[in-house]
Design a protein around this ligand. Sequence first.
Ligand code: SF4
Ligand code: SF4
Length: 69
Amino acid sequence: MAKRPGHVMVVDEERCFGCAACIAICPLSALELEGILAIPTEERCTHCDLCIPACPVNALEIKEEPLLA
Ligand code: SF4
Ligand code: SF4
C-alpha cells in the first residue's frame, strides 16, 4: 500500500469526540488519543484508509498537503 504523495492524514477537530474507533482499527498505531481528540502521526500512517469509514462522524480525511508559501 503506497502512500499518496503530497497528502496527509488529518482529523477534523470540530467533529472528533474521542471515541477511539479509528485508534482501535489502525494496524500501525498511527493515531492516538489526546484528551478527546485523535492525533495522527504522519510518519507511521500508510494512507491505507482503514480508519476513515470507522469514524462515526467522518472526522478523518487524507488531504492534499497545503503548499507552503
Ligand atoms: S489510513 Fe491506515 S495507517 Fe493511516 S491512520 Fe488510518 S488506519 Fe492507520
Ligand atoms: S473515530 Fe472519529 S470521532 Fe472517533 S476518535 Fe477517531 S476521528 Fe475521533
